[in-house]
Ligand binder design. Structure first.
Ligand code: CP3
Length: 346
């Protein structure tokens, strides 16, 4: 672990801190000119696979913004490749999985013994940790089994998750097998990230909000819980993040994750209340508010801090990732604003 005494790590453990730590999901990305310059020379996958480049992009974003944590530059879908499912990013579109998983034969073929081939991500984490020493905590991440399964089955992004839900409903043995394989690979991969220096692991369950509470509990919760428990053996606190998740929050908390990510659709204090005010929460400004003028943005950020009320265990973030056209100046100003707010917390 790089910075176990940092504000961010202490806030993840719901310990009292002098001020609210802040970082942003997707803080390194296309909205940032420095990233676009690197992207001109290299594809996204090339950046991910070259530890020096991934480390540079990670470090630059954290330093330009002045945030309280760095998140390793990688992509959620990298584990698919080592499981035997190649994918690519089509120009102007999202990811495309070449041969989507549609049945038990496809699932049987998926490999779980090649997670070590993702070692380039841990290598990049090592480089970032070497750069920051204990000055900045490091976040590793992986996809949650549901969200990764949805990409594997749909073959890319989806609107209605028809193939995914069809498998869940019609062949629950195949579904459980797939989820088990994803947990095996992502738990090994994330534990490697912790060994390389990551202080905290964030599990992205970006699309889990398409499920009813009953389906979440039946088809997802046991596997997400298995993943969280395995990762907790590393000693790193776990952030479990989903969107459209207001109805799922108390079930998501049953995984045992120390921090629950809140999207912007629910007021922060209401979300925390649904979690019985236990543990820590991360969020939850609408990323589109970063397109507004500062005079609109500031009171909205203030409102989130007010709702958190200085209680231990709030990490300021957006309710989802920074969008490509976001004005960088607003992101920087928001970061400074949150960091300058220490008086209001006592
Ligand atoms: O700020 C950072 O450190 C970014 C690192 C990062 C990337 N992907 C790089 C990336 C992270 C944390 C991710 C996670 C990710 N990837 C998620 C979950 C996060 C979330 O927002 O819910 C998902 C669903 C993916 C899969 C993925 N990767 C999609 C759907 C896309 C295409 C959509 C788009 O924005 O174009 C990507 C591409 C991608 N991954 C980009 C980046 C910076 C942008 C494309 C590029 O640079 O060419």
């Amino acid at each position: 672990m790089a910075a176990p005494q940092s504000l961010f790590v202490r806030a993840c453990k719901a310990e009292p801190v002098e001020r609210t730590p802040v970082w942003f999901m997707r803080q390194a990305g296309r909205y940032m000119p420095e990233y676009r310059a690197v992207r001109k020379q290299h594809s996204l996958i090339e950046i991910c696979k070259k530890p020096e480049l991934a480390a540079e992009v990670t470090i630059t974003a954290a330093e330009v913004l002045g945030v309280d944590a760095a998140i390793i530059f990688a992509d959620l879908l990298l584990p698919l490749e080592v499981m035997g499912l190649p994918f690519h990013f089509a120009a102007g579109e999202g990811p495309r999985i070449e041969k989507p998983v549609r049945g038990s034969d496809d699932i049987a073929r998926l490999r779980t013994d090649h997670a070590a081939e993702l070692g380039y991500v841990s290598e990049a984490i090592r480089l970032v940790c070497k750069h920051f020493g204990n000055r900045l905590p490091m976040i590793g991440f992986c996809g949650a089994p549901f969200t990764l399964a949805s990409y594997m089955i749909e073959g890319g992004g989806s609107r209605n998750y028809i193939h995914t839900k069809k498998m869940m409903y019609s062949d629950s043995a195949a579904w459980d097998e797939l989820m088990g394989k994803l947990v095996a690979v992502t738990s090994e991969y994330s534990a490697e990230q912790v060994s390389a220096g990551a202080d905290v692991i964030q599990i992205f369950d970006s699309w889990v909000g398409c499920l009813s509470v009953d389906d979440y509990r039946r088809y997802v919760l046991p596997h997400a819980t298995d993943l969280v428990r395995r990762l907790q053996k590393t000693g790193a606190p776990i952030i479990y993040f989903g969107t459209d998740s207001a109805t799922l929050l108390s079930s998501m908390q049953k995984t045992g994750a120390e921090v629950i990510g809140l999207d912007w659709r629910i007021p922060l204090d209401e979300g925390w209340r649904l979690l019985k005010n236990r543990g820590a929460v991360q969020g939850n400004l609408d990323p589109v508010l970063l397109f507004a003028d500062w005079k609109e943005l500031q009171p909205r950020a203030e409102d989130i801090l007010r709702r958190a009320g200085g209680r231990p265990g709030h990490i300021f973030n957006l309710g989802h990732g920074i969008l490509p056209e976001t004005p960088v100046e607003n992101v920087k100003q928001l970061c400074r604003f949150v960091q300058g707010n220490r008086d209001k917390l006592t």
